[in-house]
Design a protein around this ligand. Structure first.
Ligand code: PMP
Length: 339
């Protein structure tokens, strides 16, 4: 935040703000180059993959991925693990056949489906690695004979990933990577253009690969902050250290949820997310006073999403362990008073 705000006033001492430099300037060329090479370094990504920075949010990838990769007469397989998967499925149906191979909708998405018939004739299998709203996360990715396409918007770079398992990974930046406005896309080059469809330039991955993400004006400030965030991840010791810190935070909070008589978790234990921790009060009348107690202690944003209710603590990479500890302390104080 400090570096980003300094760059808003004066980038690298050049007397211009990051908000006013040209995206064709030498300064920005260096920034976007470093951002790409940090993505590659942090996740050990080789040259068979392209790394591009796009706009339109992860939501645009819901249609861009099938547009580019799925032909009209082909089938794509999808796993339905929540609201974001459902949206991806809806958009893919515009471009080809969609087979939903498994869904956890029957229990309000409180688990990750594991037993299902593996798709055979599909072009790819799409999944959402972390379900932001419902607080579930794949601990192991499906083993199938086709490229995986993964929406990693809410757990990108929160743990080590083996990119070679995937044909395409996309992530809106706004959780672990930087401000909203930029979407990271990592795509296996040999898959690009496989749909054979005629596409507008702005919706064609090839355009951005050829132009190094600079076909049009890219989101300069979000890419700058993403680059700073990647430097931070690297300085922290990379994804192994980041995962260790995330696990430690999540463990602390889930332990409290399991032990505290005033709360209970909503998700099957083995599928719990390290990023979004969902929990409910054991009595409805606890909800309001608990949120009030949180507010009094300076804790904001823990009200649950309306599709789950209760509470949700989003503890992304940047959330310090001490902040999780503060929440746990409020939960204890609450149960001392009401439990
Ligand atoms: N996928 C997931 C898993 C998300 O959490 C979100 C946003 N919260 C989206 C997609 C949509 O992202 P965007 O707002 O960047 O379109």
């Amino acid at each position: 935040m400090k570096e980003a705000s300094q760059a808003v006033k004066n980038l690298n001492g050049i007397g211009l703000s990051i908000l006013e430099i040209s995206h064709r300037s030498a300064e920005f060329a260096a920034i976007i180059k470093e951002a790409e090479s940090l993505v590659r370094e942090i996740a050990a990504i080789d040259d068979s993959y392209a790394v591009v920075f796009l706009t339109g949010g992860a939501s645009s990838q819901f249609f861009m991925a099938p547009m580019n990769l799925l032909a009209e007469n082909e089938t794509a397989a999808y796993l339905d693990t929540g609201a974001w998967s459902t949206k991806a499925i809806k958009e893919a149906k515009h471009f080809g056949e969609v087979e939903v191979v498994a869904s956890s909708k029957d229990r309000n998405y409180a688990y990750i489906p594991k037993r299902y018939k593996k798709p055979k004739d599909a072009v790819y299998l799409h999944l959402t690695s972390n379900n932001t709203i419902f607080g579930t996360q794949y601990q192991k990715f499906p083993d199938v004979n086709m490229p995986l396409i993964c929406d990693m918007s809410s757990d990108m770079f929160s743990r080590p990933i083996d990119v070679n398992k995937f044909g395409l990974i996309y992530a809106g930046a706004q959780k672990n990577l930087g401000p909203s406005g930029v979407t990271l896309v990592i795509v296996k080059k040999e898959l690009v253009g496989r749909s054979g469809r005629k596409l507008p330039s702005m919706l064609n991955y090839q355009t951005f690969i050829e132009k190094n993400s600079m076909f049009n004006t890219p989101p300069v400030f979000p890419i700058y902050v993403l680059m700073l965030t990647l430097r931070w991840i690297k300085a922290k010791g990379g994804l192994v250290s980041i995962e260790k810190a995330n696990k430690s935070k999540a463990r602390l909070l889930y332990k409290e949820i399991d032990e505290n008589p005033c709360f209970h978790g909503t998700v099957d234990k083995k599928d719990r997310s390290l990023m979004n921790v969902c929990f409910l009060p054991t009595k409805d009348e606890f909800a309001e006073p608990f949120l009030a107690m949180c507010k009094e202690s300076g804790i904001n944003g823990v009200k649950g999403h309306r599709s789950v209710g209760g509470f949700r603590a989003s503890i992304y990479n940047a959330m310090p362990r001490n902040s999780v500890k503060a929440l746990v302390e409020v939960m204890r104080a609450f149960s001392n008073k009401y439990g």
